[in-house]
Design a protein around this ligand. Structure first.
Ligand SMILES: NC(=O)c1ccc[n+]([C@@H]2O[C@H](COP(=O)([O-])OP(=O)(O)OC[C@H]3O[C@@H](n4cnc5c(N)ncnc54)[C@H](O)[C@@H]3O)[C@@H](O)[C@H]2O)c1
Length: 304
């Protein structure tokens, strides 16, 4: 066990399973007391179960760490407030809020039901707001704190995931804005884009097809190993006092790989004193801003 987070208190939403469990164990291993929040829902957000959070609390305690369970649902403001209350009641303070809870309800946009849209936005995007707001009232008073948002490569766009992609892109804007609100109070807010094999990325059909190809003796490229606990070291680092200079950034981490994203920048600009007409744009844009663009969706056959 390390001691980089000795005396600090962390809360991790959705840490009863998957990548969040890895964050909770790693934060505890660096000396933080951890509130393990998990509503114990199914992948689509249905149901509830206290056992996942309770099991991770037991694991942390067994390893000699400090932990308390919280089973609130992050989709309500009361849920976010209850997570912070558990930290204050159990350990007397809060220093780190990790917004990790997540669900999936994939559909093509033309089949996306309103409730599938609302449910995914509620857990990911509103869940970030409910927990971050509650944490920031404490952080502002104590003039320190760490907020981590969890986004996804899907924020760049992923077929069948308009709800999830919208939420995960929203989280990037949210975190950048929180960094600007809270920086003056000694608080940092950064986003991590993780990758790991969990129930969220499991694809039984692809796995069965792969197994069948191997059984037929075909050569199949080995799958990269992406353990859920391997995202955690970067998250722990961002939560230390040593990372005070990293604020409003988007990082990625998975087994054996870390990286930082470029912030969105204008690629090219054209200026003119008065405003543009549509005729001018139709003439200029193909030769300037969008020169050589090929519509990639669906992918085009390579040129012979
Ligand atoms: N697995 C990946 O490769 C991957 C990639 C990019 C982003 N992510 C993100 O990482 C996070 C964790 O994903 P995972 O793969 O570990 O998933 P997971 O399903 O294994 O774990 C998510 C946990 O969140 C809990 N949860 C869901 N809704 C909740 C709610 N409303 N309140 C409280 N708890 C709730 C679930 O009960 C579950 O234990 C998610 O935000 C996900 O979108 C994962």
């Amino acid at each position: 066990m390390g001691n980089r987070l000795a005396g600090k208190v962390a809360a991790v939403t959705g840490s009863g399973r998957g990548i969040g469990r890895g964050y909770a164990l790693a934060l505890a291993a660096e000396g933080a007391a951890v509130v393990v929040n998990d509503a114990g829902v199914a992948l689509d957000g249905s149901g509830s179960d206290q056992r996942p959070a309770d099991q991770v609390v037991a694991e942390i305690k067994k390893a000699g760490g400090k932990a308390a369970a919280n089973h609130a649902n992050v989709t309500t403001m009361a849920g976010g407030e209850s997570i912070v209350k558990t930290a204050l009641d159990s350990f007397g303070r809060l220093d780190i809020m990790v917004n990790n809870a997540g669900i999936l309800r994939d559909r093509m946009v033309f089949n996306m039901a309103e409730e599938d849209w609302d449910a995914v936005i509620a857990v990911h995007l509103k869940g970030h707001f409910s927990c971050t707001k509650a944490a920031c009232t404490v952080f502002r008073q104590q003039r320190s704190g760490r907020i981590i948002g969890i986004s996804s490569p899907a924020a760049m766009g992923n077929a069948g995931q308009t709800n999830y992609a919208g939420a995960k892109a929203g989280i990037l804007g949210f975190i950048r804005a929180v960094a600007r609100d809270m920086g003056r109070y000694g608080v940092t807010a950064n986003a991590i884009i993780p990758l790991a094999t969990t129930r969220m990325t499991a694809n039984p059909e692809m796995e069965a097809a792969r197994a069948a190809r191997i059984a037929r003796g075909e050569k199949v490229a080995p799958q990269p190993e992406r353990r859920p606990e391997d995202v955690a070291p970067m998250l722990v680092y961002l939560c230390t006092d040593e990372a005070a200079n990293v604020n409003g950034q988007i990082l990625t981490a998975f087994t054996g790989m870390i990286g930082i994203y470029e912030q969105e920048v204008l690629m090219k600009t054209l200026r003119k004193k008065d405003n543009w007409t549509v005729d001018e744009l139709a003439r200029l844009v193909p030769k300037t801003l969008c020169e050589g663009f090929v519509n990639q969706w669906p992918p085009q056959a390579p040129k012979q």
